[in-house]
Design a protein around this ligand. Sequence first.
Ligand SMILES: [Zn+2]
Length: 418
Amino acid sequence: MKVLAVCLALFAASLAQVDYEGYHLVNVVPETPEQVEWLLYLDGKDGIDFLKSTHQVGNAAEIIIPKDQVSRTYYLFSKTNMRYFTASTNVADDLKRNFLMRNDKPKVFNINDFNTFEDILAGLDDFVARCPSGASCTLEDIGDTVEGRPIRLLKITKPGDRKIVWFDSAIHAREWLAPATNLKLLDVIISQQDSNAVSLFNKYDFYFVIIMNPDGYVYSWQDSDTRLWRKNRSPNVGSSCVGTDLNRNYDANWLSDGTSTNPCSFTYGGTSAASEKETQAAQNYLRSIGSRVLSLTSIHTTAEMILIPYGHTDDNGECVIPADHQKQMSAANAFADAIENTFSTSWKRGTACLTIYPASGATMDYAYDKAGITYAFTPELRGPGFDPPASAIQLSFQEVWNGVVATIAKIEELESMN
Ligand SMILES: [Zn+2]
């Protein structure tokens, strides 16, 4: 492990914006716990981009390897006896093909497909028009971006002092299955055709931010070269590289773990905690409603796991465990168990630091630490692979919805014991 760490440190970093010409897409299947650990270590290092993280033996990771690191990475795989399959030797071709296929489709909001930012805004207007009787459906912009786009919140409420169930998605621009699944959650609440949706909406208000990173999301739709964009689009002074990883920018142990100080890296944490407009907007809003929030679910892809606070380590490099860990873990287990019972997929659960890798400055940790939201979750959704077909949207929704229903029931049980 140590020897390999040194090898990787010597890698020529290739972190600038690229056209993916000659990049390899590789599926890697770890067969021992040591190989899993090694892959988790590799995640995010030096331009090696894990589109799908792995967390257990036999569970494939999907990674993109920069052209100039292909041979050395394969060498490291062979040194660690890692089983791998090269799915593409030129990622640029795959991205171009998918882009052309998408461009052939009509541009109109479709709940069963991936949607552009513009179509999602139009779709939100349609949802408001379908507001359930006796309820209020309100659009509110909690902030805007450097390119002037709104960060739009849809609130579905009833009169009274009710707790809030919060869902957000697409803080990482390229993770399209996250907003697609979130829109389905919004749809099941607005439609009020599902008995669980009826009973939950009798008790709770529901808040949805479908696109937390509008500029990044729009950019990820622009061209084949931009499809894999993850950060926002704010310029960086003194660098030609654009964007900050918003999920490393929150004022929650900012920059302590898993965050790059290189503006060209896809995990660049920004110039200071909450340096970004999107982060400031979300932080201010979450603090203003925090005491009313029953649960916050910040949806990502792809790893098939549910993460709870924290992402950071202490001075000794040990993962920090929150005071509310038992309760948070019970709720996360309810979520993951319900998902596993839906389509028999295996879901890992636990603190972000222990379960995926140490990474600080995330929405979830801020929600818990600074906004007082005890139950803050980051589900990493299903595949297959990073860029699943639209047919995955309904499957993803079904399992996540079961997870949400089970988690809220568990939270009610836990809180009734207080
Ligand atoms: Zn993500």
